[in-house]
Ligand binder design. Structure first.
Ligand SMILES: [Zn+2]
Length: 309
């Protein structure tokens, strides 16, 4: 079975202020990298728009409507210091969620082996009822909940290797023993959450903070020593990857020193767990990554690993 790549041109219509790191060129860089010959065997499709009801699996409907109603007819509306909306933002956000849940459908129905959703805006900072850190809706969290409700998946795990802690995903599943949230991230760094001691009501939150300057060795040790054993104990039936590539050494927003090969290694380790417990089911959704060259090369390495290349 193949790996599915999900994109949509509407993702480019979410505009951010001039000089903002979370910009449409990020997706253009990834799309160019995935045009290479070695990616010819990817299945490719356009992301559908999610319904508001699907988004309401993790966010209150009045919050969803509040974001919809904040969409400007022209120009930009700022929701917080670094999160803003343009006329195309709501549609992009609906299709970011839609891509993630479409990937769940295709994988659970055994039409593809796994999937990468190259979407923006990102999602893992969006809390239950608060936009934050370039994010409006948490597509990784929604995909996990959707897989449970629509497909009867009992236990889902989110593995988040973005350099920032996914405070939104942690908050959404803090008191939920059916979804494990695992994260490597730099500390201290935005958003400030993600300490080892934050373990959730049922010990299903697994944080593995890294120090500024840490590189591949510390990252791999955190995975092997902390995250992978907990995933194996949990035995997830589906793994969602919050795939941010801003822990790369070239990234301007943080100070970890990962290279492309580290992301490929982590992807392989996640797939090994998925092969053991989840029938290989892995849905990967793009989060951060702000150096265009590092982002493109890292996403290509990640997708190559998904393709078992
Ligand atoms: Zn990030």
């Amino acid at each position: 079975m193949s790996t599915l790549l999900i994109t949509h041109p509407a993702y480019l219509d979410h505009l951010t202020p001039l000089g903002h790191p979370e910009r449409p060129d990020r997706l253009r860089a990834i799309e160019r990298a995935l045009e290479a010959e070695k990616f010819q065997s990817l299945a490719r499709t356009l992301a559908p728009a999610a319904s508001l009801e699907v988004i309401a699996l993790c966010h209150p409907m009045d919050y969803v409507e509040q974001i919809r109603d904040a969409t400007p007819a022209q120009g930009m509306t700022r929701l917080d210091a670094d999160t803003s909306m343009s006329p195309g933002s709501f549609e992009a956000a609906l299709r970011a969620v839609g891509g993630a849940i479409y990937a769940v459908d295709e994988i659970v129905n055994k039409r593809v082996a796994n999937a990468f959703v190259a979407a923006r805006p990102p999602g893992h900072h969006a809390e239950t009822a608060r936009p934050m850190g370039f994010c409006f809706f948490d597509q990784a969290a929604i995909a996990a909940r959707y897989a449970q409700q629509r497909h009867g998946i009992a236990r889902a795990a989110i593995v988040d290797f973005d350099v920032h802690h996914g405070n939104g995903s942690q908050e959404i599943f803090w008191d939920d023993k059916t979804v494990m949230y695992c994260s490597t991230h730099q500390m201290p760094l935005f958003p400030g959450t993600g300490a080892l001691s934050e373990t959730g009501d049922f010990n299903t939150i697994v944080n593995a903070p890294l120090r500024p300057g840490d590189g591949g060795a510390a990252f791999r040790a955190a995975f092997e020593g902390r995250i992978l054993p907990r995933l194996a104990d949990f035995q997830p039936e589906l793994i969602i990857v919050s795939a941010g590539f801003d822990a790369h050494m070239r990234d301007p927003l943080a100070n970890l020193n990962l290279e492309e090969g580290d992301f490929a290694w982590a992807t392989q380790k996640i797939m090994d767990i998925a092969d053991r417990f989840a029938g290989g089911r892995v849905v990967s959704v793009l989060e951060g990554g702000y150096d265009l060259e590092a982002l493109a090369n890292s996403a290509a390495a990640h997708v190559t690993a998904l393709m078992r290349g």
